[in-house]
Every structure is written in C-alpha cells, then in structure tokens.
Design a protein around this ligand. Structure first.
Ligand code: AMP
Ligand code: MG
Length: 410
C-alpha cells in the first residue's frame, strides 16, 4: 500500500486530516449507574417523570388561599412536611403550616414564608402582601416528563450521574470502551524495576500514555517494550491490530528510524509519516492498519506527551463518540519571563499561569524546554502556545496559553 513523507504540516491540518477519516464507535451496552462513571452516553437520556414530581413549597411557612387573606389572623388547620403531605379537610378561612419540599395542599394558591408571619395566640397574621403562586415550585418546573436531560455523546461524571439518579433511572446505555494497544520501541529502553545497563534508559512513554488512556476511560492493552527488530515489531503490530481499535507506538518515527519503520508499516497498512510544524513533537505517524487505526508518537518523552495530548486526544474523543471539545479553550496571558523561540514551528512550551495583581492572567516558563526534559511538565499548569512565525518573547508581551485539562493534572 501507498505511504508518503509529506513536508512540514501544521497541527491544525494534521488534526483535521485525522479526524476527517474517523467514524465514531456505535456499539453500546446497558450499565448500572453505579458502574457508568467515566462512560459516554450512547443515546439521549429521557426523563420518565416531572421534576419536581408535584407542586411543593420553596419555604418554611404557611400555605394559603388568597380569598382567606386581608382579614383576621388565620387558624392553622394542619401540617404538611416533606414526605408527609397534609391529607385532611382544609376548612375555609384557615391556613396550613408547611415545610420546604412538602407537597402544597390541593387548593393552596401561595406559600407565605415564616419570616412574614407573626403568631397571635393559636392563629397567625401575615405581615406582607401575598402574590398568587409565590414560594410554590411547580411540578415539572425543572424537568418535564419526556424531556431529554442529556444528549448522546456526554461523558458521565459527577454532574451527570446524580441527575440521572434523581430521575430514578438505574441503568444507562453507554458506548463501549475503546480498546487501545500500546507499546514502546527501542533497544535502549528498560521497564521500571529493572536495572539499567550501559546506554539504557527507562521507558517513560508507555507509562505516560497508559495513564492518559486510563484517564480517558480506554481499555489498555499493554504490549510492553518492543526491540528495534523488524520481526518483533511486525509481530507486535499484527497482534495490536487484531486486538485493538487503535494502536499507539512510541519511538521509531524520527528521521534516523522512520525509513525502517515505514518499510515495515507499508506491508501492514496505509500510514502517513508527518513532519509536524510544532515543537516539541515534529515526527508523527498516522494511518490505518488492517482493522485498527494507528498513531506513531515520537520517542522523546515531551514530544510524545505533547503529540498525544494535541493529536491523539481529539482523535480518541471522536472515535469514542464524545461530543464535547477535547481541549480547553486558549486564553491570553502576559509573559512574565523571557521565552526563547525561533520562528518556524508552533511551540508548546510548558508554563505556569496565575492571576496577576492587575487582574490579568500572567504566565511564566517552567524552565528548560528541551523535548527530553519531562520535569518541565510537573511544575506547569498550561501550554504556552507560541505562533509559528514568532521569535523569542520578552517579558510583558501577550501570549496564548492553553490550560491543562485533567489529563495533565489541570
Ligand atoms: P526515537 O524516536 O526512537 O528515535 O527516539 C528519540 C529519543 O527518544 C531517543 O533519545 C530515545 O532514546 C528516546 N525515547 C524513545 N522512546 C522512549 C521511551 N519510551 N521513553 C523514554 N525515552 C524514549
Ligand atoms: Mg528508537
């Protein structure tokens, strides 16, 4: 099959080219709401009932009929509590003591709050004008039976699941989890826990990618470290392709290694090797294997994390059926430190933003920005996104920042 090496391609173009090819998952399953956290709705969630289900009081006070007001103080004919409605006879010329959340007795036209009443012996007098309907929450005011409360494609979290529970819905249709196979390539890599021999380093990328996939609710198939050997690599790709919806490898796509990976991938699918016009993260591969999608991340850990975050994350969002934007909106902030840059690529420096004394956002670099310096992430809470044509930034200049989402601890 065909593959090619394109020239420098912008992040936006790469993102769009990838997304244009994908169609979202549609397989779904029905889950208890106790097991649905982090999952994505497969269909709209429709309310089986009115919320609130009955007219009820918004205040502690007295339920009244308007015709009974304006004269003497009224006797109290009974009580209505939340969970214990008033059920007796309500004689004309009397009122009902009522608590917040209690069903409003039939015929009541308003609730007078306790603070606007004074006792007079065993009667009460109201001290303020009463408007029809005041302090009554109407049945269906919040949600009407048959309303769709969530659309399809919503990730279920602490804002959504309690809403579903409040409607008495115990099970929800969710899309199946994406299966993602991952491996790192490189003769120099050792897994954590093994001693390092001369020239070896620990495998950072598989750990980082795994964490981010977990956070995105994917099912991870971890194939470990694959040596720079065509047979081992081919076997890994074949297995990954069989078992997963998406295969993510790291390493082996930079100039020195791309030809060899490319030759092998040409047998297995249709893969494009991009030189992205971003820094860090220039080499990146994307395409189709026989049954699954493939993303090849660069080997340098910062480049791998940035390309995962900026490219794979939106891809996963689309593939998994998520409707919301995968990345937080960018904002303007004033640089408070010098940011070194040469024109030519869109730069994702790691920064720490905060609110300055003038009320504006400000951002500082978190230090050395090399694509192998992973520590630049741990103190950061945002990317400083510097335009392709821009050179170094002096303190005081305005820049764009992109706050980290939960994937990077934002
Ligand atoms: P490569 O893209 O395979 O040429 O790798 C580029 C650089 O990233 C080299 O210095 C590799 O040693 C390093 N590297 C590749 N994979 C990993 C990994 N999984 N963890 C840490 N460093 C890596
Ligand atoms: Mg390598």
């Amino acid at each position: 099959m065909e593959s090619f090496t394109a020239g420098l391609i912008s992040l936006e173009d790469a993102r769009q080219k990838m997304l244009a090819q994908l169609t979202p998952l549609t397989d779904s399953e029905r889950l208890s709401i106790y097991r649905a956290a982090g999952r994505i709705t497969a269909a709209p969630v429709v309310s089986p009932l009115n919320v609130p289900p009955f007219d009820n009081s918004a205040m502690d006070g007295y339920a009244v009929r308007l015709a009974d007001l304006g004269g003497d103080a009224l006797p109290v004919a009974g009580k209505a509590f939340a969970g214990a409605p008033f059920s007796g006879d309500w004689p004309a010329g009397s009122c009902i003591r009522i608590m917040t959340g209690a069903p409003v007795p039939a015929g009541a036209e308003a609730v007078v709050m306790q603070e606007e009443s004074v006792p007079e012996g065993d009667r009460v007098r109201f001290t303020a004008a009463v408007k029809a309907g005041q302090n009554i929450r109407r049945a269906g005011e919040d949600i009407r039976q048959g309303d769709s409360v969530l659309t399809a494609g919503v990730r279920l979290g602490a804002a959504e699941l309690p809403l579903i529970a409040s409607l008495g819905i115990g099970e929800v249709d969710v899309l199946r989890r994406l299966r993602v196979a991952i491996f790192s390539t490189g003769d120099e890599l050792q897994p954590v826990g093994e001693p390092l021999a001369a020239g070896q380093i620990y495998d950072t990328n598989r750990f980082a990618v795994r964490l981010m996939l977990d956070a995105l609710g994917c099912e991870v198939i971890d194939l470990g470290i694959i040596r720079d050997d065509p047979d081992a690599l081919r076997a890994a790709f074949l297995r990954a392709d069989r078992e997963a919806d998406l295969v993510i490898s790291s390493g082996g796509v930079s100039v020195g290694e791309a030809d060899y990976t490319k030759a092998m991938l040409d047998e297995l699918g249709e893969i494009t090797f991009w030189k992205l016009a971003i820094k860090p993260g220039k080499p990146f591969a994307f395409g189709r294997l026989s049954q699954s999608w493939f993303c090849g991340l660069p080997g340098n850990p910062v480049s791998a994390a940035v390309t995962f975050y900026q490219l794979v994350q939106p891809l996963l969002a689309k593939l998994s059926g998520l409707q919301a934007a995968a990345l937080p909106p960018r904002q303007r902030a004033r640089a408070v430190s010098r940011l070194k840059k040469s024109p030519g690529r869109l730069d994702f420096q790691r920064g720490l933003f905060s609110r300055g004394e003038d009320g504006e956002l400000q951002v500082a670099s978190t230090g050395h920005q090399g694509s192998h310096v992973f520590s630049s992430f741990s103190q950061a809470n945002c990317f400083i996104v510097l335009e392709r044509d821009r050179g170094s930034v002096e303190p005081g200049e305005w820049v764009e920042i992109e706050p980290f989402n939960a994937l990077l601890g934002g």
